[in-house]
Design a protein around this ligand. Sequence first.
Ligand code: C2E
Ligand code: CA
Ligand code: CA
Length: 602
Amino acid sequence: MDSRQVSPSTGNSAPVGNARKELGQALFGRAEDVASTVLRRWEKMKGADFAAHEDVNRDIARTTHLATITVAQFLTTGSFPTAEQAKELAATGKAPLRNTVSLKELTRLYLYWRDATIAIVLEETGRLGSDRATIDEALFVVHAGFDGSIMRMAKEFDAERQRLQDQVVEEQTRLTHQALHDALTGLPNRTLILDRLSHALDRSSRQLSRTAVLFVDLDHFKVINDVAGHSTGDAVLVGVAARLREAVRSGDTVGRLGGDEFVVLCEDLTGGEHEAEGLAQRIAVLLAEPFCLEDREVFVSASIGVAFAKGADDAADLLAQADRAMYFAKDRGRARYEVYCTDIDEGLERRAELLNSLHPACERGELHLHYQPVRMLHDNQVTTMEALLRWDHATLGNIPPAEFIPLAEETGLIRDIGRWVITQACNDCAEWRRRDASDVGVSINISGHQLGDVELVDFVRSALEEAELPGEVVTLELTESVLFSDAPYVRETLAELHALGVRLAIDDFGTGYSSLSYLSKYPIDIVKIDRSFVAGLDQTGRNSTIVFATIELAHALGLTVVAEGVETEGELAELRNASCDAAQGFLLGRPAHLTTSTQHRA
Ligand code: C2E
Ligand code: CA
Ligand code: CA
């Protein structure tokens, strides 16, 4: 109950007649009675609950008491209660009661107070013999106090309700955002992407060739997580999100599907396929810049699949097509983009079939080795035979290793296949040496995945022992990317292998990072120059500078140089000219199945 509502006019004291003063004073004396009447009715309403809330009851008594005094004072003096009373009223009437009793109960308490006060006013006016005007005035003041309080309370509750409503809306907005966005990057998630995509499809049903989805998947992201840790991985993902946003046009949507999978939704590609490819290239360029994170630089690339709405049934279908195109891009060597077409599905079907039959292939003996000679250039003698894996698929025919080895790596089968190659190659080599009394060696291709096998060194050691071969007879060929990863286990494994006497070669040199700097970091013995540098060496001279420089530098580091893929006499002459040590290629001997001891000397 607040004095401001009790006063019919604010600020001024109205002149007060004697009869009214008398009534006011009488009411002062009855304030306790009002309070106890209210409390009794409250007790009746609450029943057994009443006794449990002593503090609430005390507040009710005090508030009703004060409210009555306020009315009494107004009747007596025509003015507000003293500042102190007003303060106490405000304090007691508000906080404690509002917090502990419900709106319904509070309204009831006001009604109890009104009724009790009116009853007492009537009793007192009867006793005093007050005139009609005084009675009316007194009742008016009580009613005004009641109405004012109820109104104020309603207003306060209204404000409170509004505040709560705003809070609910805010919370709902937050939850909706959370449900539709990725927590790490703040980008739209799969649900929102699919939603936007289907809206885009609805809108553009007549111009489906203008709506495209780019499925962006980082290459080898797992390595970043494994080697540099998850917080670095997260930082890279956040950085990639920012660069993708930078790459796209303002109307395009960038989203994250999870893990290292991002998606770009483009509408209104007036330039069609051309424009989508331009965007894929822009993304590749932006991602190529290293991410500088605290103490390290991280390099990433992405494989991108592009699909246009015209060939898809719905949003999920379109996204799946872009996904398959991305998958195909991975298959074709990563760090590239592919535009979806039905051929891709056929390619992926073949892949799936190969994947399915790879495991049984190992058991059914469909894998075998061909050998290709490596010849010294000064005397044309075969020093080494390189083992090249072959798969004779029961229905699909010959599957080239470039096609099935990535699958074996993906499934982990490379570990067993690789071991089989090591055993077989060592045994074959031992047999040639025995039968021919020759000192020919064998060269074995080792996949980067095999270096992660903690038992690799032991396995090679026992393969050598069982075949009774000295370590230096065997060369293991590794690709540049393996060395470039710079993982500590690579260094250790290579050192242990080298300690067995085994020689180590870098395969396909020049196709990867083309840096000789790491040659000094690892115990490398041989560099095999990739055949793309050998091709046309005699004709254009295009590659000759690279080949000459590589040979010179390798020699300076004490390495033996083998040129791969020599097909013409001209190439061979150029290599001799460049002081290359050895060569391999169709000109010097094709890979072949070796059944007898004489064949490998051919
Ligand atoms: P690579 O180690 O660079 O093997 C040389 C590839 O070049 C072989 O292809 C060989 O047949 C081919 N080649 C040799 N001379 C010439 C030539 O004069 N001209 C042309 N155009 N090509 C020539 P292949 O057998 O298809 O092997 C492809 C790749 O598969 C190999 O490349 C190697 O990286 C991988 N690979 C083969 N066997 C194994 C294996 O047992 N384990 C692992 N991890 N990888 C293997
Ligand atoms: Ca090789
Ligand atoms: Ca090679």
